[in-house]
Design a protein around this ligand. Structure first.
Ligand code: SAM
Length: 285
């Protein structure tokens, strides 16, 4: 029997906690899996670790064994008070009791940053904030170097999918543009309490520093429009999304060396970025 499983059960009983489904409260209770995730994060005393949703601190305990410091965001006040009680003002843990989506991450990080070489996010993310958190963090947080995230398996596969795979979509393109993504391993539902309906997956995202933030919005819009109706051609999606006549789009695609019947799913993130730049130049400048 895992020590974490016993600890979580006893904390729930002792504090009369009622876990909140709407906040995605499924706790990891298998020590070996938690250790595997923390190993994959490859953190050291030079790492400043950001944990989103520490819950009752299952993973936090392991992170604190290795990281220089852990900055944790927990939105649930009941869980935060258990954490405060459990970790009793641990000198290397900063707990922010707030919704991570409302924070200015770089401002929080800047208060701690000086003593560390890298910033790594390690989180078992609640499902409902996965995309908004990632988009916010990748667009805004200049200080974050890497992410090791536990997500719903289906989302983990989508985020790391390569062109041509059935999971490849607009989000995969955006993630590939901003990071170097890698699917690490899947996790069974049985290692969570309460047990979720679906499996999870762990991914690693290495942030690229070469993108130009000002161009992101236009690129994201182009990618989302291109994939709007997956089975439609790129030409039809662009025609609908930007109200550009089909014959102009046909000329444009041919000039780019593309068959006008091409679908977005057969283009790589790099091809799509080049195409988006050419599209803006051709139609809007
Ligand atoms: N890290 C713990 C673990 O692995 O056992 C708990 C993970 S649980 C999937 C998600 C945690 O995120 C919960 O503790 C939940 O209260 C917290 N959470 C949910 N929404 C949040 C938000 N917007 N900001 C910060 N924490 C949030």
């Amino acid at each position: 029997m895992s020590a974490t499983r016993n600890r979580v059960r006893s904390l729930i009983d002792r504090h009369g906690l009622r876990l909140k489904k709407k906040l995605g409260q499924n706790f990891l209770i298998d020590d070996a899996i938690i250790r595997k995730i923390v190993d994959a994060a490859d953190i050291t005393s030079d790492s400043l670790v950001v944990e989103i949703g520490p819950g009752v601190g299952n993973m936090t305990t392991y992170l604190l064994e290795r990281a220089g410091h852990v900055l944790a965001y927990e939105v649930d006040r009941d869980l935060a008070s258990v954490l405060q009680n459990e970790f009793e003002e641990h000198p290397r843990l900063t707990l922010i009791v707030d919704d991570v989506l409302k924070r200015r991450l770089d401002d929080d990080l800047e208060k701690l940053l000086n003593s560390f070489e890298e910033v790594v996010v390690v989180a078992n993310l609640p499902y409902y904030i996965t995309t908004p958190f990632l988009m916010k963090a990748l667009e805004e947080a200049r200080h974050i170097d890497r992410y090791i995230l536990t997500l719903q398996l289906e989302v983990a596969k989508r985020l790391t999918a390569e062109k041509g795979s059935k999971d490849y979509n607009a989000l995969s393109v955006i993630i590939h543009h901003l990071t170097d993504p890698q699917f690490l391993f899947s996790i069974s539902q049985h290692v969570f309490l309460p047990k979720p309906e679906v499996k999870s997956g762990v991914i690693h995202l290495d942030v690229r520093s070469d993108h130009v933030p000002a161009e992101l919005e236009t690129f994201f819009d182009f990618v989302r429009t291109s994939f709007k109706q997956r089975r439609k051609t790129l030409l039809n999606n662009l025609h609908k999304g930007y109200a550009i006549p089909k014959d102009s789009l046909q000329n444009f695609l041919q000039k780019q060396g593309l068959d006008p019947r091409v679908r977005a799913e057969s283009l790589s993130p790099t091809d799509l970025k080049k195409l988006a730049d050419a599209f803006v130049e051709y139609f809007f400048s």
